[in-house]
Ligand binder design. Structure first.
Ligand SMILES: Cc1ncc(COP(=O)(O)O)c(C=O)c1O
Length: 384
């Protein structure tokens, strides 16, 4: 037995208070106790999302929320622009296409910024206002790039289309003011910044998106947000919710707000900076070089050509108990990723960097033991 370090871009380590909460005996989800719980966590989620919009709770992984966020507000044939620069951007496009939307993909290479100017031109040309929605991922976990959703929102200002944003791996780790940026549909999941196990996802819906819902005709059943709203009104969910998860959500929100939002942002920034400094000191290359564009929750690192990524990951796992992620999609053969969100703290990063150095050395890579650790330590101390 030894300590395991879960350093993937989610699920993140679950806080022990949350794990304990999940052992609460299951109770009736159609009784007064659940009604009270549902109302309390919904209020907490609105605060977490920085929104006055309603936030719906789904018993589903993040992809369920992605699907719900699309199928409730659009109709087959609707023109949708999917801004894509990674695997999850593709997923939003794929869901829209699966339900019959007419998707225009505005694609950048994995790890390249979105085509903001092209979108601006396209929206300006759309004088008949045919475009119904833009889909975008805020934090592309596949590449470690943080997209500029505030800019997208400004670009969209003169156009009536909806903006549907996946903030699954970022909400709560960095500022993302849903109402201020006029985000129509914002979605996230439990296993990321909230330090919960996977199983719940959350969707906020603006007044404008709610209005589109009334005429939207993409097919859906389990994910009908109108039905979720009808049941919310009587303090229930349409189908059996993951009761222990909802109980845990109350604790997760309590822990989040007791740390203080700004402190959580700061911790993510420190851990992000420490890892970046370490990677550079070790002599490895970051996929996203411009710090401003880099994700604060997941870092993709380019593998040297002669490095076997699977071997590196298994050495880190088997010899040191540190679990990191491989590359995703197009980047699976050339990068590996370290997740640093939710339940990851400064000392976890030190451990991960130490394990990375040792595993690299074991793979016959040139690395000076302690070089990355020292850089991470210095960064943490400077940012305290
Ligand atoms: C940005 C992003 N979108 C979507 C998903 C998919 O979420 P899930 O695996 O919970 O369905 C993930 C999961 O890692 C993600 O990071």
């Amino acid at each position: 037995m030894r300590k395991e370090f879960l350093m993937i871009p989610g699920p993140t380590p679950v806080h022990p208070d949350i794990t304990r909460e999940m052992s609460t005996p299951v109770f009736n989800h159609r009784g007064p106790k659940f009604k009270e719980l549902l109302e309390e966590v919904t209020e907490g989620l609105k605060n977490f999302f920085s929104t006055k919009n309603h936030v719906y709770i789904l018993t589903a992984s993040g992809t369920g929320a992605m699907e719900a966020g699309i199928v409730n507000v659009l109709s087959p044939g609707d023109r949708v622009i999917s801004m894509i620069n990674g695997a999850f951007g593709h997923r939003l496009a794929q869901i829209s296409e699966s339900y019959g939307a007419s998707v225009e993909k505005m694609e950048s290479d994995f790890g390249e910024p979105l085509k903001y100017d092209l979108l601006e031109e396209r929206l300006a040309q759309d004088t008949s206002k045919e475009i119904k929605a833009i889909t975008v991922v805020h934090n592309e976990s596949s590449t470690g790039m943080m997209n500029d959703v505030a800019r997208l929102s400004r670009i969209r200002q003169k156009h009536p289309c909806l903006i549907i944003v996946d903030t699954i791996s970022s909400l709560g780790a960095v500022s993302f003011p849903v109402d201020e940026w006029e985000i129509d549909v914002c979605l996230t999941a439990s296993q990321k910044v909230l330090m919960m196990p996977p199983g719940l996802s959350f969707v906020s819906v603006s007044k404008k998106a709610w209005d589109s819902m009334k005429s939207a005709s993409m097919s859906h059943f389990y994910f009908s947000l109108q039905r979720v709203q009808e049941f919310f009104d009587i303090g229930q969910t349409p189908f059996t919710p993951a009761v222990p998860q909802v109980v845990a959500l109350r604790k997760a929100l309590e822990l989040y707000f007791s740390q203080g939002r700004e402190n959580v942002y700061h911790r993510h920034e420190v851990v992000f900076q420490a890892l970046r400094a370490a990677v550079k000191a070790i002599g490895l290359e970051l996929l996203i070089k411009e710090e401003q564009l880099a994700s604060r929750t997941v870092t993709a690192i380019k593998a040297p050509e002669d490095l076997d990524i699977n071997q590196l990951r298994s050495t880190m796992r088997e010899n040191y108990g540190v679990e990191i992620a491989g590359g995703q999609g197009k980047l699976s053969q050339t990068t590996f990723r370290i997740g640093h969100l939710g339940g990851i703290f400064e000392m976890d990063i030190i451990a991960a960097v130490a394990a990375l150095e040792m595993a690299l050395l074991e793979q016959n890579q040139e690395v000076e033991l302690g070089s990355g650790v020292k850089a991470a330590q210095q960064t943490i101390m400077q940012m305290q």
